[in-house]
Ligand binder design. Structure first.
Ligand code: BGC
Ligand code: BGC
Length: 456
């Protein structure tokens, strides 16, 4: 394509291990559409409230992937990646979250997985990417412990149908973001603004993860992980007020989710805040051994002490309530994406080596389950620069001895970017949301070339 003519010369990427797993990621609610053929989720209800989604769009049709999955799988195949990470929509399989299975919903994933296998692409299935069945929300959603049990039942249903072909399982996507944005700050569905009272949603998601690991193992699955979002937290200054605030933020976003999974305990002071009669018993479920640990990485965060009231701290474009004991600060001196997120590849090396140092022999092999950026345009040289620099940063972690086994780009195609609607584009492939026309961007051609030349 013409786009490659404009590509600046770059040092070839260092070579990755022969069995390193290359993939692209998507999620059900963001691409499938066909909302009329599934149960409602919390995102449908959230989107229906004016003002919640910035451009007023909905995911009713999204990328119409439900009907166009063959075309999308062909794009994955032609890209030359090894694996495709998708998510299963819980309300498509169980419209009421529990009870009756919709056979047509399961059939869709069966067809998708077959199509991937025929294309020679390994299916990597995420069981939950934020689209909780609305019926379960009516009884408290993730604030209700029962939702964790329903999730294990749903997991067993999905595993029984596609488990013979799925090569890697991801229980949950980013319980940290779903807790923070969905339950603490109300920026995402289900739109709860509970601040620290959102912690039970974190505990119940972690419990659901552990119960799902057990359900998957009982169904004979063996390559099981999770996709957690992590990023280094940088204190705004060496002032003790700033370092304490940064440490607390790091606890909430990183250790609160990684420690129970990998060490079988919550960070100090947290277990007491969690619901349930027997937290130790829950922790032993949560810490079920994993075959690998997935990290979604986008950016580091700089954090300082709370700002004086009225000067406004912000997170993900939301003005934060003044009672929070920290405030995110701008990271200067780096390019930013269209989303305003700083591009700091060295933070990925830092994150990976810090994980190795903190979790040592408790850390299973790592996989980057998401990494990517939002930019406009078909000749997306900035996305190429982002992916290129993050792959080099990942390689430096390999050189430092961190065991990273794979890398998935977020995302295959432009999609419904949650509260931003269609106005943020993370795809390697452009989607015209009016006509559903897919057009590979320069970054798609670049990645295809990277993958082609790695092959002997
Ligand atoms: C982060 C730390 C974090 C730890 C646990 C590291 O990679 O850099 O800030 O505390 O992981 O998640
Ligand atoms: C989520 C994706 C989302 C991406 C970009 C991740 O937090 O898993 O669903 O589209 O970030 O915001």
């Amino acid at each position: 394509m013409a786009a490659s003519a404009a590509t600046p010369a770059r040092e070839p990427l260092p070579s990755f291990p022969r069995d390193f797993l290359w993939g692209v990621s998507t999620s059900a609610h963001q691409i499938e559409g066909a909302a009329d053929r599934r149960g409602a989720s919390v995102w449908d209800a959230f989107t229906a409230v004016p003002g919640n989604v910035k451009d007023g769009s909905t995911a009713e049709v999204a990328c119409d992937h439900y009907h166009r999955y063959r075309e999308d799988v062909a794009l994955v195949r032609d890209l030359g990646v090894d694996a495709y990470r998708f998510s299963v929509s819980w309300p498509r399989v169980l419209p009421a979250g529990a009870g009756a299975v919709d056979p047509a919903g399961l059939d869709f994933y069966d067809r998708l997985v077959d199509e991937l296998c025929t294309a020679g692409v390994r299916p990597v299935a995420t069981l939950f990417h934020w689209d909780t069945p609305l019926v379960l929300q009516e009884t408290g959603g993730w604030l209700n412990r029962g939702t964790a049990e329903r999730f294990a039942d749903y997991t067993a249903v999905v595993a029984a149908r596609i488990g013979d072909r799925v090569t890697k399982w991801i229980t949950l996507n980013e319980p940290a973001e779903h807790t923070l944005l969905g339950h603490a700050l109300g920026q995402h569905a289900p739109g709860e603004r509970l601040l620290f009272d959102a912690l039970p949603a974190a505990h119940h998601q972690l419990l659901a993860h552990g119960l799902a690991v057990r359900a998957l193992r009982a169904a004979g699955a063996h390559d099981i992980g999770i996709a957690n979002s992590h990023g280094p937290t940088w204190p705004a200054s060496a002032d003790p007020a700033d370092t304490a605030a940064a440490d607390f933020y790091d606890l909430l976003l990183n250790r609160l989710f990684a420690d129970p999974l990998l060490l079988g305990r919550y960070p100090d002071g947290i277990a007491e805040l969690m619901p349930g009669d027997d937290i130790d018993a829950d922790l032993s479920v949560i810490a079920e051994p994993l075959d690998w640990y997935g990290i979604n990485f986008y950016q580091p965060t700089k954090v300082g002490a709370p700002l004086p009231e009225g000067t406004g701290g912000e997170f993900a474009g939301v003005a934060l309530p003044p009672e929070l004991p920290f405030s995110p600060r701008e990271i200067e001196g780096h390019p930013v994406t269209d989303f305003g997120w700083p591009v700091v590849p060295e933070a990925l090396t830092e994150l990976l080596t810090a994980f190795r140092d903190r979790y040592a022999d408790r850390l299973p092999p790592l996989v980057i389950t998401e990494n990517g950026c939002s930019y406009e345009g078909l000749d997306d040289q900035e996305r190429i620069a982002y992916l290129d620099s993050h792959l080099r940063a990942l390689h430096r972690a390999l050189d430092a001895g961190v065991d990273v086994r794979g890398y998935f780009v977020w995302s295959l195609i432009d999609n419904f970017e949650w509260a931003e609607g269609f106005r943020r584009r993370f795809g390697l492939v452009h989607v015209d949301h009016a006509t559903q026309t897919r057009t590979p961007k320069a970054s798609y051609h670049w990645l295809r070339e990277v993958l082609r030349t790695r092959r002997p």
